[in-house]
Design a protein around this ligand. Sequence first.
Ligand code: 7GP
Length: 827
Amino acid sequence: PVPAPAGATHPLAIGPVGAPEATVDGFVAQYLRNLNFDRGVTLSASTANDRFYALAYTVRDYLVARWLEGVRRYRASDRKAVCYLSAEYLLGRQLDNNLLASGLSDIAAEALAQCGVDIEELRAQEVEPGLGNGGLGRLAACFIDSLATMSVPNVGYGIRYEYGIFRQTFEDGRQVEQPDSWLELGSPWEFPHPEAAQTISFGGSTEKYDDGGVTRSRWVPAWSVQAVPYNYMVPGYQNGRVNTLRLWSSRANHAFDLSVFNAGDYVEAVRAQTFAENISKVLYPEDSTAQGKELRLQQQYFFVAASIRDFIDVVLPEDFDLTRLPERAIFQLNDTHPVIGVPELMRILVDEKKMEWDAAWAVTQQCFAYTCHTLLPEALEVWPIDLLGRLLPRHLEIIYRINEEFLLAVRERFGDDEARIRDMSIISPDGAVRMAFLATVAGSKVNGVAELHSQLLREKVLPAFDEFFPGKFTNVTNGVTPRRFVRLANPELSALITEAIGDGWLTDLERLRELEPFADDADFRTAFGEMKAANKRRLAATLQARDGLTIADDHMLDVMVKRLHEYKRQMLKLLHIVTAYDRIVSGEVEASSVPGRTFVFGAKAAPGYDMAKRIIHLINAVGSVVNDDPRVEGRLKVLFPPNYNVTLAERIIPAADLSEQISLAGKEASGTGNMKFALNGALTVGTDDGANVEIRELVGDDNFFLFGMSEPEVEALWARGYTPAEFAEKDAGLGRALDLIGSGAFSGGDASVFAPIVSNLMNDDRFMVLADYTSYIAAQDRVDDAYTDTAAWQRSAVLNVARSGFFSSDRSMRDYIDRIWHTEPLG
Ligand code: 7GP
């Protein structure tokens, strides 16, 4: 720690310097000052990027004083902080969020208008940081928003990837990935601190040494990199609180470089530098599959080691007694990506702080808790022991010891039940470290992300652990932030709600219940319908400008936006579209007898996921045929804007009428898109899966289109033996849809293009698309019927909003606090 400078007692040096005056004049002055002093330009000579930067800096200026004050007050307190460890944060754009949080939206709009600056143009300048794949990363972003809004001390720790999730383009309907160079023009929201870099080591070996009569182990690493912290402000909603998101960027370790350089190999020195910088270069684009790549493990250790060290050495007071660490920190593991933090904390406590193993283990167990976000076996991370041992030899030794002691305890309880021992061993029989097991053994709590998911986690994925650790497993159903996904994304709905029940709902979302009586108020319903229509027009304008797509404003908007994965069953949606198309062109159904529908897809596929990419191609292929066929013109339309991201979600979700949540029961851990749609007044067509179950229970069966097998029915069908082709034979509509796809009707007559999809469905169909088809089509027929009764539909839509208050991430945070963290707000 650097001693404070002599002038530290000056009145202005003790607390933060005050923010600019929160008036239009104050804002204008600060804005122009930032243009001049930070961008080095005059307004008349500025580019749009300069003007955006100056605006972002101005908003920052209002928040910084509160941020610094909060940090000071936290440090003066002895509160426990939530250290959220997450490899992903899918933040979305920051400008409007930060304006809203600081209560400056109107002032900024007026100030910019006075300067003759178009705020819309500046909004469009901001590139969203796409530092996540999907649900898990967006959840982390919602959680840190809620913690700040609830004044709970929190540091979000993660990686500042230079390239976030790839930018998706389509070429001939096929996905092509482009790098997401979100930092090309820099980011005005980050505060880099290269001087506070941590050294993070890798490789080498371990050795035993004599420490005054005690034999100890230590790690002798072979190479290291620097982890440079970049701080981001996370402002609470109009509560004067600003928490920190600290993302790490890798940089070459100069001491290391120099040694190579001195040996005369300049080129090798520079190569080493790029090698070091590779660690935070790019986000792995896999969602729900674990790849086992060495660079990925490097990323994980890199950010977790830097974060734990940061909390201990920088955030906590000097010489803090680490036996009391659980009083000050809870490290929440966002899935298994940060689990290497467990042996890292043990290494710090035992090797560096020379704590006894048992005492260190007691501290570690209290400091970690683990959230699981999946049920798919292929998503559970395992690391081959040779890879882990090569990269982190001391950590592997520590994992072995944790496992040894754990299995000893299992033997004590259950005797030498070798099958059980094999099933519970952190090291798998084929020599890999099972990270979910390690997290479960080490964590004080393990939670799933929706009731059904948590139940299946206990009963199917980790039953032996549930038996061994009674009370360790719990549930916290996911939630989403109403600030971004209602207030900012849907200002019209927000105004309607506030007019009806006041604005308390923004921080107490259960108050949406007070809207229930308005479902029966014809005027309110009309206003609600106008809101949806306005949002559709806004979406239409966005899609027109962004992709040249047009949408009909009298259509039902039927939306499926989420990662492309077979378990989510975009294929089932496609089969419905093909069936709806086939019914009209074959004359089975009169076009005018069904409501016009626009189907909207948004989905990225992992670049190496072949079947997912084929399905993307098929969506585009079906779209071209349907959209070009005059027989369904004005009736059916398919839109697939590329590069679905948070920014686009904020436009699509508020415009949606129908929300597609159609995963095979037992596969979607929770879903969070489902919550965003319900909160924006879309009705759900969904299976009893993930949080859909809870949504349906809350909004009521009359306001939800349920279809498909339940999870026990799925299990029963597997047990009986599933033969998908039988389902294609039994349902003529299904048979026809599959024939159309398989015969080349959507590929210019070339049957080979989509034949692999059809053959996969007919012969394998791991996610039982065909088994649920008949029930899905029946549900969609009910949707068509329901949509023709506008008043009844809108009543249901209003009730969806009124009854979805449970799905606020503020509530999720309260649940984590009560069941897992036991923290308190900093008053
Ligand atoms: C997702 C789950 O698929 C989704 O159901 C859930 O709502 C979300 O997490 C938040 O809990 N999982 C991921 O995004 C993911 O990458 C890797 O999981 C294990």
